[in-house]
Ligand binder design. Structure first.
Ligand SMILES: C[S@@+](CC[C@H](N)C(=O)[O-])C[C@H]1O[C@@H](n2cnc3c(N)ncnc32)[C@H](O)[C@@H]1O
Length: 243
C-alpha cells in the first residue's frame, strides 16, 4: 500500500463494516445516554452510526466527526442517518461549532490518531468543546504486548467451512504503533482491510488529559461499570474539566 491516512481504514472497510460489527452493548447506550444528560453529544469517529443512531433514538442531539466518506455515506442511508450532523475531517482537529455535554470515542477509535502529538491535540480540542460539567469518555483496550512474539502476531478471529478471518499485526514497541490487516479468506478471493494505530496505556491517557486541563472522574473495566483491575482487557474512562 502506498499511503495510509486518516480516511484509509474507513474507505477500505466500509463495504463490510456492518457485517463484521453488527452489534453493540445495550449498557454502552445506557451509559452514554446517562452522561449525555438529554443534551448535545459528539462522537469522534462516528463511522456507520452503530452507536450514534441508537443514541439519536434516545432523544439526544448527536453530532459526528469522521474522515471517511464511504462510512459517512452508509450512515446517511440508514433510518435517522440524515438527522445526525456530520463533520468530515480528523478528530485531532475537531473542527466543530459549539459545546457538548458529552464527547465520546469508543471501540479503540482514539488510537486511530497515530502520533502522541495528534492524541494530545485531540484532548486539548475536546477540552475546548466540553460544556461546563460535560464529560469526555474513551473506551480503549489495555495494551497487551504479551500477544506479540518477535513484534508480530496472527489471530484466527473466525474459522468456518467457507471463510477464515485472520488478524495479522506487527508492532513497533518504541513508537507504540501497530500495523494490522483484517484478512478475509474464502475460496475465490482474499480481502485485506488495513488498520494502523498508536496505542497508549491508561496512565498516558490520564497525563494527556492533565495537559489539556481535564481530570479523570471514572475508570471502569466494562460498560456495566465493573471495577477496573489489573485483569481488565479494556477500560472506559471519563474525564471532566479539572476546575
Ligand atoms: C472502528 S470504526 C468505529 C466506528 C464507530 N465509532 C463504531 O463504534 O462503530 C473507526 C472510525 O473512525 C474513523 N476515523 C479513524 N481515524 C480518524 C480520524 N483521525 N479522524 C476522523 N475519523 C477517523 C474511521 O473512518 C471509522 O469510521
Amino acid at each position: 500500500m502506498n499511503r495510509y491516512d486518516n480516511s484509509t481504514y474507513g474507505e477500505r472497510i466500509a463495504e463490510v463494516y456492518d457485517e463484521l460489527f453488527p452489534d453493540y452493548e445495550a449498557d454502552a447506550i445506557d451509559l452514554l445516554e446517562e452522561l449525555g444528560r438529554g443534551g448535545r453529544v459528539l462522537e469522534l469517529g462516528v463511522g456507520t452510526g452503530r452507536i450514534a443512531l441508537p443514541l439519536l433514538k434516545r432523544g439526544l442531539e448527536v453530532v459526528g466527526i469522521d474522515a471517511s466518506e464511504p462510512m459517512i455515506e452508509r450512515l446517511r442511508k440508514k433510518p435517522g442517518g440524515t438527522e445526525i450532523e456530520i463533520v468530515k475531517g480528523s478528530f485531532a482537529d475537531l473542527a466543530v461549532e459549539g459545546e457538548f455535554d458529552l464527547i465520546y470515542v469508543i471501540f479503540n477509535t482514539f488510537f486511530g490518531l497515530r502520533s502522541q502529538d495528534e492524541q494530545v491535540r485531540c484532548f486539548r480540542r475536546v477540552a475546548a468543546h466540553l460544556a461546563q460539567n460535560g464529560a469526555f469518555l474513551i473506551e480503549a483496550f489495555v495494551p497487551d504486548l504479551n500477544r506479540f512474539h518477535g513484534n508480530q502476531t496472527v489471530r484466527a478471529v473466525k474459522v468456518s467451512e467457507d471463510m477464515v478471518q485472520l488478524d495479522v499485526s506487527s508492532l513497533d514497541p518504541v513508537t507504540q504503533q501497530v500495523s494490522s490487516q483484517h484478512m478475509l479468506l474464502s475460496e475465490d478471493r482474499v480481502r485485506l482491510y488495513p488498520v494502523k494505530l498508536r496505542f497508549a496505556w491508561p496512565s498516558e491517557l490520564d497525563l494527556m488529559a492533565e495537559l489539556a486541563g481535564l481530570k479523570r472522574k471514572h475508570r471502569w473495566g466494562s460498560w456495566e461499570k465493573s471495577d477496573f483491575t489489573s485483569e481488565s482487557k479494556k477500560h472506559i474512562s471519563v474525564y471532566i474539566h479539572s476546575v
